[in-house]
Design a protein. Structure first.
Length: 133
């Protein structure tokens, strides 16, 4: 008999403006290592740097390029997609990220199998595993 732990996780983020994408493209380089250390390299979904919380979930297949249902593309270089509050996001590459704004607290989640949800944005990082794609 094997015990399987659920990898599904949900996190509620405050209302606000965020950069949606791989956090490595928007968190300043000088804060990246401290952010990773604060959340065990995003084994915990929320890290903190300079008092600012950053949310990120692992993609199913690591690095690559993924799309949401609105055809926004997300390049991934750290195996993560998440939300960086705009106040911390001093660097950025709009080729790989999307600016989003939530007017109310918003639930973000991973189903543990590659489907990442950030409010209305759904990014399936395992599209071959989903018959609807």
């Amino acid at each position: 008999m094997q015990i399987i732990k659920s990898k599904a996780v949900s996190v509620q983020v405050p209302a606000g403006k965020y950069v949606l994408g791989d956090p490595c493209y928007s968190v300043p380089d000088e804060h990246w290592d401290a952010l990773l250390a604060s959340c065990e390299y995003f084994n915990e979904p929320v890290g903190t740097v300079n008092g600012v919380k950053v949310l990120a979930f692992s993609t199913k297949w690591g690095d690559g390029c993924y799309q949401d249902q609105f055809e926004n593309e997300y390049g991934v270089d750290a195996g993560l997609i998440g939300l960086v509050p705009i106040a911390l996001a001093t660097k950025g590459d709009s080729t790989y990220t999307t600016i989003v704004e939530f007017s109310t607290p918003t639930v973000c989640s991973t189903n543990g199998e590659g489907k990442l949800t950030f409010g209305k944005y759904v990014i399936d990082t395992d599209p071959e595993g989903d018959e609807s794609w």
